[in-house]
Ligand binder design. Structure first.
Ligand code: GLN
Length: 199
């Protein structure tokens, strides 16, 4: 079975490891490029994208991450991880660097003060069993996407309806929300299937 890495620089690495192991995947934390070489797919967790970016530079991981993703390694980013996978960001910190890979523009902390954190049902294209209970924590949304990006989910009724919060481009997957926090492993299963080449 494939080995799935979870970037372990900062953020909710442990929660992703737990969900992945819970569905029978082999999951390991990734803190250096040696470990990165050993995984067939990588989860980029939620947390603080500027901090994660800085730590990736400090630990010599930014270029190796870019290289692996350019070479086709499947990756799944949640929240801050989504920001890291974006080719372009709006409202990033001064000089904020991303890993990139998904041809999209992501707006950081997009939902604003009143809805800094909220939960809502989001339908995900191709996912059986009804909408996911999506938890947003100072979450980004996807402002625009290039032609190769498939929009998988948008926010429903309410203050900020119709915002793109789940996307896929080839074997790269990203969500604004945190399925690792809700006990619903369907999106992680989808990612494992992407890594196996069956989805
Ligand atoms: N607001 C954070 C950032 O910009 C992301 C928050 C999260 O991952 N829950 O990096």
């Amino acid at each position: 079975p494939p080995v799935i890495g979870v970037l372990a620089l900062q953020g909710d690495t442990e929660e992703h490891l737990r969900v992945l192991r819970g569905i029978g995947a082999t999951a390991v934390p990734v803190t250096d490029s040696g470990r990165l070489d050993q995984v067939q797919g990588l989860v980029l967790p939620g947390g603080e994208s500027t901090t994660m970016g800085k730590l990736a530079v400090r630990y010599g991981l930014l270029e190796p991450l870019r290289k692996r993703i350019r070479a086709g390694m499947p990756a799944y980013g949640t929240c801050a991880g989504m920001i890291l996978l974006a080719d372009r960001i709006i409202d990033g910190a001064q000089g904020q660097e991303t890993v990139g890979g998904i041809d999209m523009t992501v707006r950081r902390n997009a939902f604003g003060r009143q809805t800094e954190s909220f939960e809502g049902a989001v339908d995900i294209e191709g996912l059986e069993g009804g909408p996911v209970d999506a938890v947003f924590i100072r979450a980004p949304w996807v402002e625009s996407t290039g032609p190769d990006v498939r929009v998988l989910g948008q926010t429903g009724e309410g203050g900020a309806a119709g915002r793109i919060v789940a996307v896929r481009q080839g074997s790269l997957l990203a969500t604004s929300f945190h399925p690792e926090l809700t006990g619903d492993a369907r999106i992680h299963r989808l990612f494992v299937d992407i890594v196996k080449g069956t989805a």
